[in-house]
Design a protein around this ligand. Structure first.
Ligand code: HGY
Ligand code: MN
Ligand code: MN
Length: 426
């Protein structure tokens, strides 16, 4: 690194950051509550050029990579041919979600690029600032599309996953102007990253509860996502005796409660959720013939996840069989827990101290692009508090002062990692 780096002199500019967050929050589907910018949507198509413009105005060389990620490069003093430092997150949202999840990491990364240049701090490594394609689970049941692709973890079978209308993920990507086949060749390659650090809102209650401004993430929860399809028999609701029914919705309802039960019985960090339940034909006077549920199990403990997956599968099958209902379980994802790299955690903690902030080590119950970037090099995450611990809802809120504190730690961490020896990127 060249230049006279003084952490205290590099504080991010709150007004500029707030304006970037505000600007992106206007590019949403305003027919819905909260903020909605779903991947492949028209709003998402409109938002990406804005992100690219903010990157260019911040002095970055911008391109869209083969995976559909928007990538800005800030050349380093000795970056040619060396694995770059990488930071970023995502700008797609859940349905009727908030305006901070993901956006804070992309806007923060752009502000880091500005402050490096404004303070005359030239890193040795190139810095990549990335808006990863489609981090949120899409209608095809797939999350982290762009970060999986660069990690070489996106497969042809993923592209053939269909949404409720039968449209595949590959077709959705092509309809968005991307090259699905190209995304399968978009891997950056093993050890291609000197270090990856992602700034993100906590999306939980811990930091606010303990009154600490910075979270140093120790591990990212594994996520098993389940699509369960129940097939029973439609019958007259008035004339069919209870013991002769094959009620698909009742079988699914038992499964919903079994899913909740396993989460409540989790030993340490383990949670379970049924996020969606559909049934048909949907008439009040017809015994339901079909039911479909989407659920997920999450934990930072791999052994609990794999064990509970088997237990749950058996319990759901037994409950359905008792009702004469067929059930098909399709595990849409089995993302294992991912540990943050210990020395990167240490650098984040030291960077927090560089800028005079308290920090707390903590796991992430939320999934992140960082879990896939960890396949390419050392990985770390920085959390900032979520008001009321809320996220994925219109009430999602993080104060701009907390966002700025997180960006300041991100900047100081990247400066520290820039000095880390290349061997540590192995
Ligand atoms: O679902 C998650 O954990 C992330 O917020 N997309
Ligand atoms: Mn999210
Ligand atoms: Mn997120």
């Amino acid at each position: 690194m060249t230049g006279t780096w003084r952490p205290e002199a590099a504080e991010p500019l709150a007004d500029r950051v707030a304006e970037d967050i505000r600007l992106l929050s206007t590019i949403v589907d305003d027919t819905l509550p909260g903020w909605t910018r779903r991947v492949f949507s028209e709003q998402y198509r409109a938002g990406r050029p804005v992100v690219a413009r903010l990157m260019r105005e911040a002095g970055l060389q911008v391109h869209v990579d083969a995976a559909g990620n928007v990538v800005g490069r800030l050349p380093g003093a000795h970056g040619a041919g060396a694995p770059p430092l990488v930071t970023g997150s995502h700008t797609d949202t859940v349905h009727a979600g908030g305006r901070f999840d993901g956006v804070v990491g992309v806007v923060g990364a752009i502000e880091v690029a500005r402050r490096l240049q404004e303070t005359g701090t030239r890193l040795d490594h190139d810095l990549l600032v990335v808006d990863f394609l489609g981090e949120e689970p899409n209608e095809h049941g797939m999350s982290c599309v762009g970060s999986r692709a660069v990690a070489g973890a996106l497969g042809a079978d993923d592209l053939s996953r269909a949404d409720g209308s039968g449209r595949t993920l590959g077709a959705a990507m092509a309809g968005f102007g991307l090259d699905p086949a190209g995304s399968l060749r978009a891997s950056w390659g093993a050890r291609s990253v000197h270090g990856y650090v992602e700034l993100h809102v906590e999306q939980g209650p811990v930091l606010e509860r303990v009154g600490v401004p910075i979270g140093v993430v120790t591990s990212i929860a594994g996520i098993d996502r389940l699509l369960a399809s129940f097939h029973g028999r439609a019958d007259h609701a008035g004339t069919t005796p209870m013991d002769l029914r094959h009620d698909a919705l009742a079988a699914a309802a038992e499964a919903v409660l079994a899913i909740e039960r396993v989460g409540c019985g989790a030993p340490v960090h383990g949670v379970s959720t049924t996020g969606r339940l559909l049934s048909g034909p949907g008439a009040v006077n017809v015994v339901p013939q079909e039911a479909t549920l989407w659920a997920e199990l999450r934990s930072t403990q791999a052994d609990w996840l794999s064990g509970v997956r088997r237990t749950l599968a058996e319990e759901i099958a037994v409950g359905a069989a008792r009702r004469g209902v067929e059930v098909v379980l399709d595990w849409l994802s089995d993302q294992p827990p991912v540990a943050a790299t210990p020395f990167v955690q240490d650098e984040i903690a030291a960077a927090a101290q560089d800028v005079g902030l308290a920090w707390r080590a903590m796991p992430s119950g939320a999934g992140h692009d960082a879990a896939h970037l960890a396949l390419l090099g050392p990985m770390g995450m920085i959390f900032v508090p979520s008001v009321g611990g809320r996220s994925h809802v219109p009430d999602e809120l993080t104060g701009i002062d907390d966002v700025v504190r997180g960006i300041h730690v991100l900047l100081a961490t990247l400066v520290r990692l820039d000095r880390a020896p290349a061997t540590r990127s192995a």
